[in-house]
Design a protein around this ligand. Structure first.
Ligand code: MCN
Length: 820
């Protein structure tokens, strides 16, 4: 079920518009990268290491080179420096330990799936067949797979992912509210709570996830013209162009990146990849276009993964449930290399552990760690789901400790509506929000009291299937910008966005955005914004994106930024067009510009019936027969927008789960969410974003996990083992909205692309635990598989724990000496 909003008559913003993109995307008749074919194009296939850590001692290419239609077999030694290097754009500390990242190493592999040779052949099938014929000799080295073991190892003790670096520890990033002056000393708060309050300590695992987008990564490179053109299934054509230029020496002006229709990314295509770099090096070397499209197995194994953290949390509170401090110690697994923004992902969480609450003291530390696994990076929510999970589990545990409803401790601690704008203990300023309203609406839609009564009934009757209710009240920082803040975090780029608006001679409008959609429906929502602003028909607007030659500037799509940043840039470009048209309209109407008013797409002379539509002015400008002196025959404009703050959507998510206490099987009964994303441009798109986001977060709670064996082989390397849900696995969600407009820009809109994922995971896990807490269970590690749930029930029962004290909760692992 979907809650939509009615737009005022004649207004596009707020209207349920089906996506302009749907026809071509749903039928698949579109420009996927793999559909491009160029004259003389060759195809690449990769030979990948089966070992997690090994020296490459010899590569025999001779048989593969003789295979039918093989043009070249190239190794790291063959390509040498010409392959360039991959960059980490976010070194989180000045002393971060960063391994060099060649696209194809010549001497040593550091994760299973790393490329050791490339076959270039006339067809993809011939390239793949020949890849089987390359004989690589490896000298296997010890590999470190487990995150805690990697963190505990040093040069004398344990296994190093990169022995030459002398450590697995990459960087330690710390925020302390006492030192930052945003709050008090957390250690004092904890000490005090130990004597006269409550201290909750927990350790949570964020399992490794795989973005698993629908379209595997694909790249085509054409080096045959003066300018090198790359088509890539990427989220970030502009960042890619910059990184390629910076690391290969090719001038930026000679690189054109095209991201045609891209079949999903979920953060997984916010990356610069070895495959792209190798395609460039090989195309240039051979002087011919090349294409590479990964198989699904390659995608699961070698495209970057997400999450993979251990979180150690200590929450201090007074006996009435008022939280006095929160301490967070993270271990974050980077995998074997530090990818484009990989190190920074857990750091984003630093600003969100305090969530919607007024904690007076806060400390966050994050140790990033190298292991011999696939590198990690952004995955829908990037840092914020991890933080939301941590704090929403802790608030639920606090409520359990106090024996009160989980909504009660949240309400006691959250920022009240009349306290906005609010400066948080993590140093952010929240501009707007109304946690009371969202929670009130959600509890009503959910039927909270009735479900609590049913839960009690089932407990009293000792029903085999128990009911649990999970709460997750969340906020997040999105609309990633502001450049100054990103700069203060040592992020390598800014956060502004670009827009261009051109009135065409026919009165139609061409809109250019630096955002690069890969499923979000920008063409539709951005058309709605421009339709209202310029007063032209929705159908008369075309939105162009994803080509650095068309959108010559931009910072692409991630961090739910495209609307909050790119949308506002559009508004500003459109406003400039209107101002450009004004003197021309005055000239044509023989009126003073001051007497003109612009409304509904028309300049009118105040107090008369005289006027001209902006489309008519565009035609007159094109003809240029009668323009004021000195006015150029152009009715277009550009704008960039760099917001002064993030946008802070929030919401209340409620989940009811049934748990079979004999088998451990869990079943979702009801899911209600009320999100506040400020003003909504297209409610239909927003519902789609929320639904998709929810499924992704629920999947983390219940199904998905990238599992490695001890040798470092990805065991969940296909969709048989990596449990990606389908619509058959989910229920119909009930979604609603409250509206606290963003204060920082004219649209008042906040991002929505990640909200569902961020909020839903703790709602589900809290519900599962709530169903079986009376049996002594205080935690179940994700994903909450039937086996894990069954074991949790069994272990708690076996130990005879007291359900009210949470004594069966997992406690800190002292074996690692406090590091975690
Ligand atoms: N929107 C709206 N009103 C609002 C907020 C958003 O109408 N108040 C609309 C926007 O116009 C846009 C869509 O909702 O069409 C999402 O907008 P926004 O929140 O700005 O997010 P982005 O467009 O920047 O998309 C990025 C975000 C992220 S970070 C991930 S991950 C993600 C997601 O979007 N990956 C996706 N949604 C995805 N959807 C699809 N189909 N595929 C992915 O890979």
């Amino acid at each position: 079920m979907t809650a939509t909003q009615e737009a005022p008559a004649g207004q596009e913003i707020g209207r349920d518009r089906r996506r302009k993109e749907d026809q071509r995307l749903i039928t698949g008749r579109t420009r996927w990268t793999d559909n491009f074919t160029l004259p003389g194009m060759l195809h690449m296939a990769m030979v990948r290491s089966p070992f997690a850590h090994a020296n490459i001692t010899a590569i025999d290419k001779s048989v593969a080179e003789q295979a039918p239609n093989v043009v070249a077999v190239l190794t790291g030694a063959d390509l040498g420096e010409s392959q360039g290097t991959l960059i980490n754009a976010w070194p989180i500390t000045p002393d971060q330990v960063t391994p060099a990242h060649p696209p194809m190493p010549a001497d040593r592999v550091t994760f299973a799936g790393e490329i050791v040779a490339v076959i270039v052949a006339r067809t993809p099938a011939e390239a793949r067949d020949a890849a089987e014929l390359v004989d690589v000799d490896y000298d296997e080295l010890p590999a470190v797979i487990d995150l805690k073991e990697a963190a505990a190892a040093d040069a004398d003790n344990g296994v190093l992912a990169h022995p030459d670096l002398g450590t697995n520890k990459s960087a330690l990033w710390v925020f302390d509210s006492g030192e930052a002056g945003t709050g008090g000393d957390v250690e004092q708060a904890i000490e005090k709570a130990r004597t006269d309050g409550i201290v909750i300590e927990r350790e949570f695992r964020q399992q490794r996830l795989i973005p698993a987008f629908m379209e595997p990564r694909s790249v085509v490179v054409d080096p045959t013209a003066e300018q090198l053109t790359m088509w890539s299934a990427t989220q970030i054509p502009h960042i890619l162009r910059f990184a390629l230029a910076a690391t290969t020496g090719i001038p930026e002006s000679k690189i054109r990146i095209i991201a045609p229709d891209v079949g999903g990314g979920f953060g997984g295509k916010l990356q610069t990849t070895p495959e792209e770099w190798l395609a460039v090096a090989i195309a240039r070397r051979l002087g011919r276009p090349v294409k590479y499209t990964e198989t699904r197995s390659e995608s699961l194994m070698a495209a970057h993964h997400g999450r993979d953290q251990w979180q150690k949390l200590t929450l201090a509170a007074e006996k009435d449930g008022t939280v006095t401090g929160l301490k967070v110690d993270l271990l974050a697994d980077l995998g074997s290399y530090i990818s484009l923004v990989g190190g920074g992902v857990p750091v984003l969480g630093a600003f969100m552990f305090n969530a919607i609450y007024k904690f007076p003291a806060y400390r966050f530390s994050c140790q990033t760690v190298l292991t011999n696994k696939t590198w990690t990076d952004a995955y829908r929510g990037a840092g914020r789901p991890e933080a939301t999970f941590g704090i929403e589990r802790m608030m639920t545990e606090l409520a359990a400790e106090l024996g009160v409803d989980p909504l009660e401790v949240r309400e006691k601690n959250w920022i009240k509506n009349d306290e906005f704008p609010f400066s948080t203990v993590a140093g952010l300023e929240y501009d707007s929000g109304n946690y009371e309203a969202a929670t009130e609406k959600a509890t009503q839609m959910f039927g909270y009291d009735e479900l609590r009564a049913e839960q009690q009934q089932r407990r009293d009757s000792g029903d085999r299937v128990q009911l649990g209710l999970g709460v997750s009240t969340f906020t997040e920082m999105c609309g990633l910008a502001p450049s100054r803040v990103l700069g203060s975090l040592d992020y390598g780029a800014g956060g502004w966005e670009y827009a261009g608006v051109r009135m065409l001679a026919t009165g139609k409008v061409e809109v250019v955005t630096g955002a690069s959609a890969h499923g979000q429906g920008h063409e539709t929502a951005f058309s709605q914004i421009i339709a209202d602003r310029l007063g032209v028909a929705f159908e008369d607007i075309e939105v162009l994106h994803g080509d650095t030659q068309v959108a010559h500037k931009g910072l692409d799509t991630y961090g739910s930024r495209s609307l909050a940043v790119g949308g506002e840039a559009l508004v500003r470009a459109a406003d400039k067009v209107i101002e450009k048209a004004r003197p021309i309209a005055a000239h044509l109407l023989e009126a003073s510009a001051d007497d003109l008013e612009f409304s509904g797409g028309r300049f009118s002379v105040r107090g008369t019936d005289q006027g001209l539509a902006i489309g008519e002015i565009a035609s007159a400008v094109f003809a240029a027969h009668n323009l004021p002196d000195g006015v150029e025959p152009m009715l277009d404009s550009d704008a960039t927008y760099d917001p002064e703050n993030f946008s802070f959507p929030h919401g209340t998510h409620l989940c009811a789960m049934e748990v079979d206490t004999e088998t451990g099987a869990v079943k979702m009964r009801k899911y209600v969410c009320v999100d506040d994303i400020g003003n909504i441009i297209n409610p239909l798109i927003v519902s789609g974003q929320v639904h998709g986001g929810l499924v992704q977060g629920i999947a983390q709670a219940l199904w998905e996990e990238a599992v490695y064996d001890e040798a470092g082989t990805l065991v969940s390397g296909s969709f048989v083992d990596y449990l990606l849900p389908t619509s058959a696995d989910t229920i119909s969600f009930e979604t609603g909205h409250t509206t606290s407009p963003a204060k920082i820009h004219s649209l008042g809109a906040k991002g929505v692309g990640e909200a569902g994922t961020i909020a839903s995971t703790p709602a589900v896990v809290n519900a599962v635990i709530d169903a079986i807490r009376h049996l002594g269970v205080a935690d179940v590690q994700m994903p909450c598989t039937p086996e894990r749930v069954w074991r949790a029930i069994h272990d708690a029962g076996a130990q005879g724990d007291d359900p009210t004290t949470g004594a069966a909760a997992p406690h800190f692992d002292e074996a690692t000496g406090g590091a975690l």
